[in-house]
Design a protein around this ligand. Structure first.
Ligand code: MN
Length: 253
């Protein structure tokens, strides 16, 4: 199983959750919301070759944490993965929009200068501006749009721009989310939990809940769960092969 977007450091017991991911043989992309959280979060997975830790700066806290951009740049050589980054167009964040844009663009610039990264991207109510930023920084790497909730037209633009997608149980619980997933190229989809933020039936999702997303995708694709699993593993291998090598690279993720 694959969880391409989980906040392991934000679970009530991060060590126990990480341990269970290892026991269940999960591939996890452990994302961070600030550069200063990266070292501690990466340490959680130091003995877990299937868990990688992405360096992030979440758009919802860009306003408070933009001072950490220098640290972001300093840490960037240590990971092939970046996220959670992006833009959030929610009305409650309107007064932070300019800072969000500057932070996102600066991060994309740094990723390009570093040779490209795999990026896990937040685009809530901001799909078009996110796609515009990505188009202007093509060398930033491979963009994986997590929990994409734009319009079908924006989805088509994302597909045309070469974006990948990660979808989880919360997104696939709605008719709209399933329709969105059905319109995504099956060879550019991965599963995610977005736990512990994302919930289903009032419960925070855990990384192994991606099994629910696997089953939903199998249904959408009209294949067996085992076939869906194989397809997703193939997608993961291809995605990883697109990333520039880093000093700590290995074959497992
Ligand atoms: Mn997230």
């Amino acid at each position: 199983m694959i969880d391409l977007h989980a906040h392991l450091d934000l679970y009530p017991d991060p060590i126990a959750t990480t341990k269970e991911c290892v026991e269940r043989n999960l591939f996890v992309l452990s994302v961070t919301t600030t550069p200063s959280a990266w070292s501690g979060t990466a340490a959680l997975a130091k003995d877990a070759p299937r868990i990688r830790t992405a360096i992030g700066l979440h758009p919802q806290i860009a306003q408070e944490r933009h001072g950490e951009l220098a640290l972001f740049d300093e840490l960037l050589p240590q990971s092939r993965y970046v996220g959670e980054i992006g833009l959030d167009g929610g009305s409650e964040l309107k007064n932070t929009w300019e800072v969000q844009r500057r932070v996102f663009d600066e991060i994309l610039r740094m990723c390009g200068a570093a040779g490209g990264r795999i990026l896990t991207i937040h685009s809530r109510r901001a799909a078009t501006p996110v796609l515009e930023c990505l188009a202007s920084r093509e060398d930033a790497g491979v963009a994986v749009l997590h929990w994409f909730s734009g319009s079908q037209r924006e989805l088509q633009r994302a597909i045309d721009q070469g974006c990948w997608f990660s979808v989880g149980p919360a997104m696939l619980a709605s008719e709209k989310g399933r329709a969105m997933a059905a319109a995504m190229p099956p060879d550019r989809i991965l599963t995610e939990s977005d736990g512990p933020f994302a919930q289903v039936d009032g419960r925070s999702l855990v990384p192994w809940d991606t099994a629910i997303a696997e089953r939903a995708l199998a249904e959408i694709w009209g294949v067996t769960a085992a076939e869906a699993q194989q397809r997703l593993l193939g997608n993961l291998r291809r995605l990883v092969s697109l990333a520039a090598p880093s000093p700590r690279s290995s074959n497992d993720l």
